[in-house]
Design a protein around this ligand. Sequence first.
Ligand SMILES: Cc1cc2nc3c(=O)[nH]c(=O)nc-3n(C[C@H](O)[C@H](O)[C@H](O)COP(=O)(O)O)c2cc1C
Length: 403
Amino acid sequence: MTVLEGKQVLLGVTGGIAAYKAVELVRLLKKAGAGVDVAMTGAALRFVGKTTFEVLSENPVITNLWEDSHGSVAHIDVAARCNAAVIAPATANCVAKLAHGLADDALTTTFLAVTAPILICPAMNTHMYENIRVQRNLDLLEKDGVHILDPDFGTLACKTVGPGRLPDPWLIADRIEQMLTFKDLAGKNVLVSAGPTLEPIDPVRFVSNHSSGKMGYAVARAAEMRGAAVTLVTGPVSLSPPVGVDTVFVQTCHDMAEAMLTRMDGADIIIQVAAVADFRPDQQENLKIKKRSDQDGMTLTLVQNPDILRAMGERKRPDQFLVGFAAETHDLAANAVKKIEKKNLDMIAANLVGGKDTGFQADTNEMTIFFKDGSHTGIPLMDKPAVAHKILDAVLGRLEPGR
Ligand SMILES: Cc1cc2nc3c(=O)[nH]c(=O)nc-3n(C[C@H](O)[C@H](O)[C@H](O)COP(=O)(O)O)c2cc1C
């Protein structure tokens, strides 16, 4: 369940070539459990038909102040009932009208009546976007508290290369979710590690583990949604970095140790989700090790990697909150409690690995959280983004005021 579940989103579609992407946005919002009302300009109707939006949103689409009222003041009703409003794509014309409070069509009149948070997604030719008048209008809107999602850089429909593309619908939906999330981590710096580390044997082989990075990425994303400034240090995984998160890519345990230890002093909350390889080959060959016909096998000598969590625990200031993760195959509670003491942690999130629905590659997880005072609490099986929020709830519940 996401914050969009049960919320009402008003989507404004204006006359840009990217109007077709708004169709997918409606689908994503509906899939996330939101109700959607759509308002379109006359120019937007030249790009995409109203019927598509009507069918997907399961609501009448507002296009005309005079013909869509059906006995009520429809544009005021949808403005009043929305929890969030977004214009995607927003033309230069619409940005100008909104910045100056004009209300000369159904869409701009509706948006002037909105009191919920508004997200504007400008999309246009690069020269239009960079035009000082467009930039001035976007600045005005931002100063008024309107959220602006910068356009992507790329090749536009007009063949210009530069900023102006409407970001992908999933990213717009992500930012709507962010806008609706309560900012209880505002002002906090959160440092998260994720994924496995990869310890090279030679240029083509390595020692690693099955960590997918899903849990760590979910924690970083949830913290960003809740208003924290987040840095994510990640080992090699095949996930897109969370939006709005400063992401640092590393490979080995040594790289990760350096990245975490050089950043930890500036963090209020440190969450080590990464599954750091405990061992690495004692030496890394510069050239690929060749198979030899005179040998049946080879012996690989492993040496222990530095313990990043322990090093952070030793260095931690009293005003910092350090969270460790424990992935165990047995004796979950005993191992987790031991780890809290040994590594000077404030909290540990422990789970059993090896099950189908929990641990490394799974989309869901089930955890027990242990605190340093000996108490513990359970997180039942749920998807990893929801688990991430539960973990942050537990951290916030233990943060002393002012810490
Ligand atoms: C093929 C075509 C593509 C257009 N694409 C854009 C666009 O991407 N962004 C933009 O700001 N205007 C674009 N325009 C111009 C707008 O449609 C025009 O400024 C219109 O008045 C906008 O009306 P609206 O803001 O009421 O939707 C395009 C026009 C045409 C003919």
